[in-house]
Design a protein around this ligand. Structure first.
Ligand SMILES: NC(=O)c1ccc[n+]([C@@H]2O[C@H](COP(=O)([O-])OP(=O)(O)OC[C@H]3O[C@@H](n4cnc5c(N)ncnc54)[C@H](OP(=O)(O)O)[C@@H]3O)[C@@H](O)[C@H]2O)c1
Length: 284
């Protein structure tokens, strides 16, 4: 991925404008991460959640890529601490009875071993915990990892309640910099939350960007713009999303789609065209 495809948030976090997601790849994880990075991706999203991610195979891919000359420092790697409710009870990567602080610490040790790296660029809380005090305890444990150099930045995922995020932001000393959310109509595309993140120099990462939005991808206005730019509807929508300040994730398994996804940075939509697509989001 050429340098200009990296973006820097107001807070100073520099990350690729498009990130490769590793969920549901199972035994193909290493092969597919290598394929994505070889194609030009430099951002990798994973989680210490064996139910959906094979984090150790992400680590195998990183090791292989380093031997090929693409070292750890050339990549942006993020992982997550997944609270108990997000795990397959048979495959919890920490002692389930332990305190939340120990759960976070142990989960991160497993991530370091899996990924064969001392640090991640960002460590995310996979989803808010209830009650709020439990989220704060998890966050404080994540802050310890941050202070020890294990994570350069912290973030949160599946956070659709702006008031919750504002409360966290107000209470903690190491502020969240990334929010990774499902980008869909049911939450009004997080319009207010995204505006608040932008004001605070934070990054919004989207998942389900294509799969949750068939209505938008099939919309004649979007189809017509795609034709005009000689790109697919998926490329057009991904590009529009990046131009409104979002960093999307893609977990494509197809080399053709990988190449198309990276090619979105070779064209730029006009302000009017972006507004037309934003209007589709409001109508959805
Ligand atoms: N924080 C969370 O709770 C959470 C939840 C879900 C996902 N995630 C992260 O987000 C990543 C992405 O997940 P996702 O659910 O957004 O999507 P995904 O797994 O990438 O699925 C997207 C679909 O879009 C297709 N696709 C990709 N690029 C395309 C293109 N250019 N043209 C047409 N089709 C294309 C893919 O098909 P092909 O494979 O055939 O290309 C796939 O069927 C995950 O791997 C994970 O890292 C996080």
């Amino acid at each position: 991925m050429p340098n200009h495809l990296w973006v820097t948030s107001g807070c100073g976090l520099t990350l690729p404008g498009l990130i490769y997601g590793t969920a549901w790849k199972k035994e193909r994880t290493a092969e597919l991460v290598i394929q994505a990075v070889t194609a030009g991706f430099r951002g990798i999203d994973t989680a210490c959640q064996p139910k959906h991610y094979d984090e150790a195979l992400v680590g195998s891919a990183l090791q292989h890529l380093a031997k090929q000359g693409i070292g750890r420092d050339a990549l942006y790697v993020q992982t997550k601490f997944t609270p108990l409710a997000g795990h397959d009870p048979q495959r919890i990567p920490y002692p389930p009875q332990a305190s939340i602080e120990t759960q976070v610490a142990r989960s991160f040790q497993v991530s370091q071993a899996n990924l064969r790296t001392d640090y991640v660029d960002c460590l995310l809380l996979h989803s808010p915990l209830t009650p709020f005090s439990l989220s704060l305890q998890a966050w404080q444990a994540m802050e310890q990892i941050y202070h020890a150099g294990g994570a350069r930045w912290l973030g949160v995922s599946n956070c659709y309640d702006l008031a919750w995020l504002q409360a966290l932001y107000a209470k903690v000393s190491v502020k969240p910099v990334v929010v990774q959310n499902r980008f869909y109509h049911e939450t009004g595309y997080d319009v207010a939350l995204r505006a608040w993140l932008a004001e605070h120099g934070m990054v919004y990462q989207s998942f389900w960007t294509l799969t949750a939005n068939p209505f938008i991808l099939q919309h004649p206005a979007l189809q017509q713009l795609a034709q005009q730019y000689h790109v697919t509807a998926a490329q057009l929508f991904f590009r529009a999303v990046t131009q409104i300040g979002i960093v999307p994730l893609t977990g494509t398994t197809s080399l053709r789609h990988l190449t198309e996804d990276l090619a979105i940075f070779s064209f730029t939509l006009s302000e009017v065209e972006i507004q037309r697509i934003q209007a589709l989001l409001s109508d959805a």
